[in-house]
Each structure stands twice: as C-alpha cells, then as structure tokens.
Design a protein around this ligand. Structure first.
Ligand code: GDP
Ligand code: MG
Length: 426
C-alpha cells in the first residue's frame, strides 16, 4: 500500500533528520519536496496546495525552536494529512430495522466483493442483487453470499419493488442488515434514474460509493458523477495493490464524504476501517502498528501486544518468536509486514519462506540464547544451524536483523509527545 509515495516521503524526512536545526529555508525546501512527492503520487493539486499551506503556516511557527525539528515537521504533516482525510474514524450509520446499505459505483470498483465483506461484519446479513442489466451479476452475488454465510435475495427483475420485498423478508427473518448491490456504471455515464428512485423509496441508512484506489485522483472525477445519489460514505478498494496515496488523500477533501472502509484484498475478510491518522502514518512510512496489533489480537496474539509492545526494556528473541507465531496465525505475512515501519516488501512468497526459516532458527535456540543472544558464539551458531536445517550465514543474518529490530523498538518509544499513544498496543 502506498509504496512509492512512502518511499519518496521517507527519503525527504531522512534528509531533514540529518540536520540538528531547520532554518526557514530548510522548512520551505522540505515542503517543496513534499509537494512534489504528493503530486507524483497523484494527489489532487488543490489538496496538495491546501495541505502544504497549512503545514507551512504551522511549521514556520513551531519548527525553529524545536529540539527535534524534523520530527516536529513530520508530526505537523502527519496531523494535517489526517485532518485532510477526515481526521477521525467514520462509521456506518446503520439505522433502521434492519438498516439498509446500498452500494453504488463504477463497474469493476469492487461493489460485489465489498457487499460480501460487509456481510461478514454482521451476524445475519441479507445480500440483495438489484442489477437489472447484467444477468451474471445475480450469480456472482449469490456466490459471494454463500462465501460470506449471508442470505441472498434477487431483485433484478424490478429493483424497486424487489428491494422493498427483500427488506420485508429481512424483517421477518430477523436479519441485522440488508446490503444492496447495484449495477456498475460504465465510465463517463451517470447512474441510471432507477437508482435515484430506489434510494428515495427505501430510504437506506447508508449509501456507500465504492471506488478503486488504483485510479488515483481520477477517483474524484468518477465520484462526482455519483454525488446526485447523495452517498453517505466511501469505500476505497484495492489498497493492497500498488495504489499511491492519490485517491485516499484527495477524495475526502474534494468530495466531502468520509472514507468508511478500505478494501485490502479479494478475500471476504480483507476489509479494514479507515483511520485517517493510521492512514497518514502508512503514507508517511511510519507504519501502522495499531492496525497490526489489532490483527494480531484478533488472531489470538495477545502476547504480542503485551510483550512486543513498544516497550523500552529489552526486546528479546523470545518476544520476536512470539510475535512471529502470532503473525503466522493472523494471515499472509506480506499483509502484516506492510504495517511495520521501515519494513520493505518484496516477493511475498520469499518472505513467507524466510519467515518459516526464521522461526525454525529461533526455535532451535535455548531459552537462555533467546534472552541473551550475545552468548551465541561460533559453536552455538553451528548447532542452531544444524538444528533448524539452515546455515550459519542464515543464523548470522537473523541475529543482525534482530539487532536492528531491537534498536528500532526504543526509537518508537521516543517519538514526540502524543505519538507514543498511537504506537501503544493492548
Ligand atoms: P463491481 O463491478 O463493482 O461489483 O466489482 P467487483 O466486486 O466484481 O470487483 C472487481 C474486481 O476487483 C474483482 O476481481 C475483485 O476480486 C477485485 N477486488 C475488489 N475489491 C478488491 C480489493 O480490495 N483488493 C483487490 N486486490 N481486489 C479487489
Ligand atoms: Mg458487481
């Protein structure tokens, strides 16, 4: 997610971090670079302009006196970026008995997939197909409903009376949400009149505009065509791909609707709430340890939260192992690593393999060695390599990597005031 945006911004802040004091000229030069990086990331020019202006006015006030000027500037950028994306977590309204959520958007944006993902968030969802145009749409949604364990209702013959019927059925059958999937609108076309009528008639609790993040700021133009339907929120999909920051940063500011969820994969559970601050952290390459911790905890990884939380005391290989095991339970490692600051993703298969070997190496160590790797000399390394089916070089590499992680942990504990809470877990 946001790899290219993140890399550019990280380079800028690394450059600034080398300076003990930031002059006004340094700040302006830094902001010029940030501006370029954001434009290259396909963020809407007006959004970039507003962001830089707000950051500049604050930074010039605060930065020169600060002890850690680069971090202070980073903090201001982070804050303003989050504000631009809505500032706070937005939630679905979900009002009504049962609440009705209608998904609208361009063809291929991810409506049908998102319908299934949303169904997973409730106990008993009813998915309704209201696409009178594309015969395959019904079948696709029916499959999605099965996958998500939701009920299915077809309203494709006459969407308006069909959806009313579906709502009545949902009430009788005590469903806790009705999710209506609608036809994808081809590029350049406006939504068909029946959609507006449907929304008038029902009326839904939430109208979600589902958009593909890969199109960058083009998403703003696409979204505008749907404003007559008065969407209450946005779902931004395909953030697992090589999306740059463009859509996430531009949409809330330009469209005036919050992003409520982001899609991070094709599977039914690949949906995350949109936390503007956490998203800003990801874009800025600060990682998103809060989301990572939540995922690990969901997978039964409390020990991670307790032990590997950003603590200033020693972080041992034992903690590292616990963390790796929690990760193994929490899903594909590439998804998880994307949340850790400073971790760069390459081929995820290779990562998966490396992960298995790393775990084997630590498992081959004695408890004493895990707590105090300094005692691991040449003969211990040979024994560990033999025991784990790896090589001494691999053991060395792990020990080096571990040293880096160990150095990173206390650093996270020394972020500017207010930030530490962000990284605190559990
Ligand atoms: P619709 O036309 O708006 O209903 O879009 P679909 O739900 O059919 O999705 C179009 C394609 O995008 C499908 O191949 C989905 O698997 C894929 N897709 C949807 N959401 C995501 C996502 O968050 N990440 C990824 N990688 N693919 C997605
Ligand atoms: Mg569809």
């Amino acid at each position: 997610m946001f790899e290219s945006t993140r890399e550019r911004l990280q380079r800028i802040f690394q450059g600034l971090r080398g300076k003990g004091y930031l002059s006004e000229a340094d700040v302006r030069a830094g902001l010029r670079e940030i501006r370029k990086a954001l434009l290259a990331s396909d963020v809407h020019h007006q959004v970039v302009h507003d962001l830089i202006e707000r950051v500049e006015s604050q930074a010039l006030k605060k930065v020169p006196q600060s002890v850690t000027p680069a971090q202070q500037l980073l903090g201001i950028v982070r804050w303003e970026m989050a504000a631009m994306m809505g500032g706070h977590l937005a939630k679905l309204r979900l009002q009504g008995q049962p609440p009705v959520v209608i998904l609208v958007g361009p063809a291929g944006g991810g409506k049908t997939t998102t319908a299934g993902k949303l169904a997973r968030l409730r106990q008993k969802a009813l998915l309704v197909c209201a696409d009178p145009y594309r015969p395959a749409a019904r079948e696709q949604l029916e499959t999605v409903a099965k996958l998500s364990g939701a009920a299915f209702f077809s309203a494709d013959q006459d969407p308006i009376s069909g959806v009313s019927e579906a709502c009545a059925w949902a009430r009788r059958n005590l469903c806790d949400v009705v999710i209506v999937d609608t036809p994808g609108i081809p590029p350049g076309e406006s939504p068909p009149p029946f959609l507006g009528e449907l929304i008038q008639k029902i009326p839904p609790s939430d109208v979600l505009l589902v958009l593909d993040a890969l199109v960058g700021q083009e998403a703003v133009r696409i979204a505008e065509a749907f404003l007559p339907l008065e969407p209450t929120g946005i779902v931004l999909t395909k953030l697992d791909g090589d999306a740059r920051g463009g859509a996430a940063l531009s949409l809330p500011a330009r469209i005036g609707r919050p992003v409520v969820f982001v899609g991070v994969g094709e599977r039914p559970d690949d949906l995350e709430p949109f936390h503007p601050e956490r998203m800003a952290d990801r874009i800025l390459g600060l990682g998103d340890l809060a989301t990572l911790a939540e995922k690990l905890e969901k997978a039964g990884g409390e020990p991670f939260a307790q032990k590997a939380a950003v603590k200033e005391s020693a972080f041992t290989l034992e903690d590292f192992l616990i963390q790796l095991e929690a990760m193994a339970r929490a899903g594909p490692i590439s998804h998880l690593l994307a949340h850790i600051p400073g971790v760069k993703l390459s081929g995820s298969e290779k990562l998966e393999q490396e992960f298995i070997r790393t775990r084997a190496i630590i498992q081959s160590m004695t408890i004493e060695e895990r707590r105090n790797p300094n005692i691991i000399g040449a003969s211990r390394k040979r024994r560990i390599a033999r025991g784990s089916g790896t090589t001494v070089q691999e053991v060395n590499r792990l020990l080096n990597q571990f040293e880096q992680v160990q150095r990173l942990m206390p650093k996270l504990g020394r972020l500017p005031p207010g930030w530490k809470d962000m990284f605190k877990m559990g």
